[in-house]
Design a protein around this ligand. Structure first.
Ligand code: M6R
Length: 583
C-alpha cells in the first residue's frame, strides 16, 4: 500500500514523477505529493485526493528540477488529508514512506519539535534532521537502524544531488539507463524505459547520485549487486479502447487463461519440478479473491487429484494453532506477491520446515522469492483494484495442476484453443438490468459446491466496487437462518453450472419465491429445467470443465456495470488499495 517513486536524470523530473505515480496509483489514492530539488532547494507540493489533482496543482508551479520523489497514499495512521500526505519535509530532509513504523510513538519523544501530521512516517524526517550533522549516508543509515516495522523509504537532502533509499519487507526497485535512474514500488514503472533493474533486499540501503548507485548492507559496507533483466515487458500500460482497466481486464480473460496454460504446454517441467508424490495433503492460504481461488483449488485437488485439502484465510492462519506436517504442501496464492498476511504465513510455514508453493502474478515479488516453489499466472499487470483476470488465471492454473499432477498425460492444447476462440463472446450485461439491481436493498448470491465459491467471489466483487451490502451463501444454508431476510426488496442471484445440482437448486428457488424474493439465474443449462425466476444472465458458452472461469464473467461484468451506472470509479474503490502490504 502506498506507491513510492523517485527520479534522477537529465530531464525535468516532474512529468516523469507524475507519469510513474499514475502507474502506481492503484496502491493507494487518498493523497499524493512530490518533493524535488529546484537548484538545490527543497520544494514539496502535496494534496488530498488523486494524482490528477496533484497534476493540476503542479501546473501552477513552474519548477525546474531533475531530481525528485513522489508518493501516492493509502491511509493507515491519520485520515486522508493534505497534511497527512507524503512527502514529509522537515528541515533539510524530505521523505516518502510505504509501510508502518511501529515504534513511531517512542521515536517521536526524541524529537522535540511539533509534528505537522498524524502519520507514523513524519518522524523519519524529524530524525534525519536531528542527525543532520552526520554525513548524508551516515545520517540516513543511523535513522533507518532505529526504525521498527515495515518500510520502503526514499529521502532527499537539501543542497545535495543525492537520493537515499532503504527497504524492509515492502518492495523497492531501482532501474538505470544512460539517461536516468528511477526508483519504484512496482516494476511496471520501468516498462518501455529500462531493460534491467535492481531489487533492493531487506535492510539494504542505496545512495543514488548522478549516474551511480551505491548499495550498502546493514553494517554500512558497500556491496556489489547484480542487476536483473526486466522480462515480459508489455509495451505500455493503458486502458486501450476501454474506459476503465476493470473492463479491459475482464476482456483479457481468454488471453490470460491461454498464456497461463500455454506455459505448461511449452515446458512440462514446470509441473514436474515440484515433488508432488511427497505430499499427502494440500493447504491453500490466501486473502480476498485469491482465497476464493484457493477454496476452488481445494475442490479441484480433492476431485481430480484425490488429495485431502484445507483452505485458510491468511490473516486467520497466522493466529491458528496449526499442526504442521512435512507431508503437507502449503500453496500460497497472491496476485501481487506482496500481501503482508500471506507473506507472514509463508515465513511461519518455512519456520516449521514445511514446503511452500507460491502462485503469483507479479514476477520477482517477495512471495516468489521466499517460497520453496513458484508458479506464475501470466496475466501481465492487473491495474484495477478489483481482481478479475488474475482470479480466472489462478483457477486455470489450479485446475491444470489438480488434473495433471498424478496422470502422466500431456497438456491438451485443444482446450486452450477452444477458450481463445471465444474471446468475442464476452458481452455486456443488458442495460435493462442496471436500474433494477440498484433498486434492491438486499442482494444475496447463492450456489452449491464450486458455484458457492463463485457466489462468494461475485459477492466480494459486487460489494467492493458498488458499495452495496451483499451476502453469499450455499443454497442449502438459506433455510438455516438467512431465509428470514428474504422479502419483496431482496434479489437472490442463483448460480448453477452443474446439471446434477438442478433439483436441489430448484428447491432453493421455490423457497425464495414463496417469500416474494426476486431471482436472477446465472446458468448455461436449459432454462426450462429451472423453477420460476425473474431474469437470466448468460455467460460465454465455452465447452470446458472450467465453468468457474466462465460463470464468474457475467458476475464481474454485473458488478462493473453497476458501479459505472452509479457513477463510481470501479478501478479505485473507496477505502481500498491493490496491494495490502500491512497486516
Ligand atoms: O495481491 P493478492 O492477491 O494477495 O491480494 C489479495 C486481496 O487483497 C485481493 O484479492 C482483494 O480481495 C481484491 N481487491 C478483490 O478484488
Amino acid at each position: 500500500m502506498c506507491g513510492i517513486i523517485g527520479y534522477m536524470g537529465k530531464e525535468d523530473c516532474i512529468p516523469q514523477l507524475l507519469h510513474a505515480l499514475k502507474i502506481v496509483e492503484y496502491r493507494g489514492y487518498d493523497s499524493a505529493g512530490i518533493s524535488c530539488l529546484d537548484h538545490g532547494k527543497l520544494i514539496t507540493i502535496k494534496t488530498k485526493g488523486k494524482i490528477a489533482k496533484l497534476e493540476t496543482l503542479l501546473q501552477h508551479h513552474p519548477y525546474h528540477a531533475t531530481i525528485g520523489i513522489g508518493h501516492t497514499r493509502w491511509a493507515t495512521h491519520g485520515k486522508p488529508s493534505t497534511r497527512n500526505a507524503h512527502p514529509h519535509t522537515y528541515g533539510h530532509w524530505s521523505i516518502i514512506h510505504n509501510g508502518i513504523i511501529e515504534n513511531a510513538h517512542i521515536l517521536k519523544q526524541e524529537c522535540p519539535e511539533p509534528f505537522s501530521s498524524q502519520t507514523d512516517s513524519e518522524v523519519i524526517a524529524h530524525l534525519l534532521e536531528k542527525n543532520n550533522h552526520l554525513r548524508g549516508i551516515d545520517c540516513f543509515r543511523k535513522v533507518i537502524s532505529q526504525l521498527q516495522g515495515t518500510y520502503a523509504i526514499a529521502g532527499l537532502h537539501e543542497g545535495e544531488e543525492s537520493m537515499y533509499v532503504a527497504k524492509y519487507k515492502n518492495p523497492l526497485y531501482i532501474a538505470q539507463n544512460n539517461e536516468s535512474i528511477m526508483i519504484s514500488s512496482d516494476l511496471a514503472v520501468f516498462y518501455g524505459k529500462f531493460y534491467s533493474y535492481y531489487c533492493l533486499e531487506d535492510h539494504e540501503i542505496a545512495m543514488i547520485q548522478e549516474n551511480s548507485i551505491t548499495f550498502y548492507n546493514q553494517q554500512g559496507k558497500s556491496i556489489a549487486k547484480q542487476s536483473l533483466t526486466l522480462q515480459n515487458v508489455p509495451q505500455t500500460i493503458s486502458k486501450g479502447i476501454y474506459p476503465y482497466y476493470m473492463e479491459k481486464e475482464i476482456h483479457e480473460i481468454p488471453y490470460v487463461t491461454q498464456s497461463t496454460w500455454q506455459q505448461f504446454v511449452e515446458d512440462e517441467n514446470l509441473l514436474h519440478n515440484i515433488p508432488w508424490q511427497n505430499y499427502t495433503c494440500i493447504h491453500f492460504i490466501a486473502c480476498g479473491t485469491a482465497y476464493h481461488a484457493g477454496q476452488m483449488g481445494a475442490i479441484y485437488f480433492e476431485k481430480y487429484a484425490h488429495i485431502p485439502c484445507k483452505s485458510s484465510i491468511a490473516s486467520e492462519f497466522l493466529y491458528e494453532n496449526t499442526l504442521f506436517f512435512p507431508k503437507t504442501l502449503y500453496i500460497l496464492i497472491s496476485q501481487s506477491g506482496e500481501t503482508a498476511d500471506t507473506l507472514s504465513c509463508c515465513e511461519k510455514i518455512k519456520s516449521h520446515q514445511c514446503d511452500t508453493l507460491a502462485i503469483v502474478n507479479v514476477p520477482h515479488s517477495r512471495l516468489s522469492q521466499i517460497a520453496t516453489y513458484v508458479l506464475h499466472t501470466l496475466c501481465g499487470p492487473e491495474m484495477s483494484v478489483a481482481s478479475t483476470k488474475v482470479y480466472t488465471a489462478q483457477l486455470t492454473l489450479l485446475y491444470l495442476l489438480a488434473t495433471h499432477i498424478h496422470i502422466e498425460q500431456s497438456i491438451p492444447i485443444e482446450q486452450v484453443q477452444s477458450i481463445l476462440a471465444f474471446t468475442d463472446s464476452i458481452t455486456p450485461i443488458p442495460s435493462s438490468f442496471l436500474p433494477k439491481i440498484v433498486s434492491y436493498k438486499k442482494i444475496l448470491f447463492v450456489g452449491k459446491g464450486e458455484d458457492y465459491i463463485t457466489a462468494k467471489e461475485a459477492s466480494l466483487k459486487f460489494k467492493e466496487i458498488t458499495y452495496t451490502h451483499c451476502l453469499a451463501l450455499p443454497c442449502g444454508e438459506l433455510k438455516h437462518g438467512s431465509l428470514a431476510l428474504i422479502d419483496a426488496d431482496s434479489l437472490v442471484i442463483v448460480i448453477c453450472t452443474k446439471p446434477n445440482m438442478i433439483d436441489k437448486i430448484n428447491t432453493c428457488m421455490e423457497e425464495i419465491k414463496a417469500r416474494n424474493g426476486h431471482i436472477w439465474l446465472v446458468t448455461n443449462e436449459n432454462k426450462k429445467k429451472f423453477a420460476p425466476f425473474d431474469a437470466i444472465l448468460s455467460y460465454p458458452n465455452w465447452s470446458t470443465p472450467l465453468s468457474a472461469v466462465t460463470s464468474i464473467i457475467p458476475l464481474q461484468l454485473l458488478a462493473y456495470q453497476t458501479a459505472v451506472a452509479k457513477g463510481l470509479n470501479p478501478d479505485q474503490p473507496r477505502n481500498l488499495a491493490k496491494s495490502v502490504t500491512v497486516e
